[in-house]
Design a binder for this molecule. Sequence first.
Ligand code: NOJ
Ligand code: CA
Length: 591
Amino acid sequence: MAEFTQKVDHSMKSLMSKQLPSTTTTLIHRAIVGAPDWWRDAVIYQVYPRSFADSNGDGIGDLPGVTARLDHLVELGVDAIWLSPFYRSPLKDGGYDVADYREVDPLLGTLADVDALLAAAHEQGLRVLVDLVPNHTSSAHGWFQEALASAPGSAARDRYVFRTGRGELGEEPPNNWLSKFGGPAWTRVTEADDSPGEWYLHLFDSSQPDLNWENAQVHAEFEQVLRFWLDRGVDGFRIDVAHGLVKAPELPDWTGRTTTATGRKRRPNVTDEGPMWDQDGVHEILRAWRKVVAEYPGDRVLVAEAWVQPIERLARYVRPDETHQAFNFEFLKTRWSVPRYRAVITESLEANDSVGATTTWVLSNHDVVRHPSRLGLKKAGSFPAGIAATDEQPDEHRGLMRGRAASLLMLGLPGSAYLYQGEELGLPEATALPTEARQDPTFLGTGGNKIGRDGCRVPLPWVADAPALGFSPSGASWLPQPASFARYALDTQLGVPGSTYEMYRAALHLRRVRRLGSGSLAWVVGLAGTKKKKVLAFINRDVMIVMNLGAAAVPITPGCAVLITSRRLGIDAEGRQTIPRDTTVWLRFSS
Ligand code: NOJ
Ligand code: CA
């Protein structure tokens, strides 16, 4: 007989006792009653514009390229897109170094192209989020140029974090902080009289000076930037480095764990700790922005990029008057293990539920090794800061199978989910990019010691038998596409049963019609023929999601119909369908 926690609801109770004898069922998250806010169950697709589609043949993806391919996203079935930065930028960090927050980089298009993209997306029922980069500007930004030309102590310098150095002659950096991209987080400037001068803080590249969020002009400017894009019709913002805007007063030295890798063997930026991250003051800023977006019609949203832990700390970012969503990177970093998945999902739902927020699931983005490749490593699901040709190479097939299983797990969970362009094709990380092609400041800033993120930013393959695999009409591609990408091209997967693309499309459709994103989660333990440590199973509305990570195939629960599977099912001696290793299936209860 099934056991129930106090929280279990009655409709589920009868279902369980009838169809799942001998199981233990624990409800940890209730379904939303009524129609949810759009973002609570949305699937949002991240477009990295430089690598999505090139319209004019210069080998760099651009905004008209995105507009021309929106039909792909509509067909896939996502609710919204998030565009990584397209603003004027020297592109020292893929556009996360903004020189003008109100201008489009000429390589990517024009303001008119943004307007056209917004109009076309809205016409096709897609919402559009854009990136806000408030922690730092580019050193090419007018403000920073003005600061350099101004004297120490000037108003222009106060918009950034300038300090005098330590040591007798100020020759040492003001504190011991390190840049995420390698080396000290401080760079010394030369003053107007040619003397060695103050130092400025940059948590990232030296071309990305940190703004001073104690300065009222900085607050006023970003509010205006938000309004500029809201007035143009964007549906929200992804907030870059939301946890880094405010630093501890007096900028104390940090002797604890540093997240900056100085060599490839070091653990990468698993999470951010220290006096430069997750300070209470950031929440005031997020609250002010929430008020700004709330003034506009149409349920516009904010999503925080905040690499903080534990999950309870992250939940502080999604309190009712702060950001609507925050990426769940603890889920993204989870190793390939049933107990770990069970724990992270439970903790995430409980922490977010405690503040009335949605959990925002994610497996891949432009900063991390693509998830099929992470899952194809011997330590499946480990989290290297890039994979070089000389590193252990992921097992491509196993990684793809696991990646697909992880994606079906994610899409079966209640909450919102973000997809990163190319994951719907099952793209692996490009691990053999030539040194001269690499552009990530992580790679350049560590003398190649840390391989960086170029491998997940390679332009998409659209058509197997076309120049640049359909990415660019001229065949140019700013990062070379590996030959293997032809196998993943969209045209080779369209309409092909069992292809990764068709799996994502079917999953998004099922998720929508069965309202899984606004649904419930009840763990099921003890399904016939399963081991607790090898099989993850839960019920969300009338769907049971089962993920088998064990070597032993698992029988499909009698009376359940298979809705979708991440991998071809097996057949046992009695002719019953079974779930093979590294597979997720969605099952419907028959009633
Ligand atoms: C996070 C962005 O996602 C990443 O690409 C960038 O390098 C840093 N923030 C700095 O802006
Ligand atoms: Ca182009």
